[in-house]
Design a protein around this ligand. Structure first.
Ligand SMILES: Nc1ncnc2c1ncn2[C@@H]1O[C@H](COP(=O)(O)OP(=O)(O)OP(=O)(O)O)[C@@H](O)[C@H]1O
Length: 243
């Protein structure tokens, strides 16, 4: 397993966001986390990436314990946030050089990682251009390329296609599939686009009312229900809103 979460709890002040949450994610798969606005997806991702402290519960990432082995976990993880996390006045290469050096990469290994991140995100022709004027899709690809610099075993993508056109979205999904296939990187993906999740993911979970309310493979869901993923999501979240 790449991720094992047991009885995870998190509150902001006295508002409970995650309650006794349990979840396991298989290594090398593409996992999609769905949930309505404010369900707690970013909170969960932030905890897994040590950006936020959990209140209680146990988290293992590739067998490393989040309470004791944060540095080991950080070295194998990468979190690509919803917002653009690069310098607009720097070129693609300069951005990757800067963020790569933060990982302690130097000279040849830095250059190699930059080239492979550029290739993986199809940024060759933007390499020496400043990020400022890129389209939304290319900016998103640069965000992902930065996330690949440390060759992560697990890549967290928080709504990486927000605000971009359908062609660029599809291109990004193809890129993510390739990253998963070529390096067996576990992908933890959040999105509000059900069609994306259906196209991309092996397994999904729905987070609602502080808990995981559905956990299954996309294949099983398709086999066992006549409903589309979107209809299923609406059905489940409607029920939990009424509860
Ligand atoms: N620092 C904070 N202090 C207090 N409440 C917070 C804080 N951060 C988030 N929240 C609240 O916690 C809940 C979960 O937020 P979170 O951003 O994790 O949800 P989400 O599922 O990622 O939502 P979205 O799909 O809109 O991005 C929301 O009600 C949010 O308002």
């Amino acid at each position: 397993m790449s991720i094992v979460i047991k009885n995870l709890n998190k509150s902001y002040k006295n508002i409970e966001i995650l309650e006794n949450l349990n979840l396991e994610i298989k290594s090398g798969t593409i996992f999609g986390l769905l949930g309505s606005n404010g369900a707690g997806k970013t909170t969960l991702l932030s905890i897994l990436n040590s950006l936020l402290k959990k209140d209680s519960g146990e988290v293992l990432i590739y067998d490393y314990n989040l309470d004791k082995e944060v540095n080991q976990i950080k070295s194998i993880s990468s979190f690509v946030p919803q917002s653009y996390a690069f310098y607009p006045n720097l070129t693609v290469f300069e951005n990757l050089e800067f963020f790569g050096s933060l990982y302690g990469l130097k000279k040849e290994s830095l250059e190699n990682r930059i080239i492979s991140s550029i290739n993986a995100c199809a940024l060759e022709k933007y390499r020496d251009k400043r990020a400022l004027n890129f389209s939304g899709g290319v900016k998103r690809r640069l965000n992902i390329a930065i996330g690949l610099l440390n060759s992560p075993k697990i890549l967290y993508l928080d709504e990486p296609t927000v605000g971009i056109d359908p062609h660029s979205r599809r291109y990004i999904l193809e890129i993510i599939k390739e990253i998963n296939k070529n390096s067996a990187t576990t992908i933890f993906y959040t999105s509000h686009y059900m069609d994306e999740i259906e196209f991309l993911c092996d397994d999904i979970a729905i987070l609602e009312n502080r808990k995981i309310v559905l956990r299954n493979s996309v294949e099983n869901l398709k086999k066992s229900s006549n409903l589309s993923l979107e209809e299923l999501f609406l059905d489940i979240t409607k029920k939990s809103l009424k509860d």
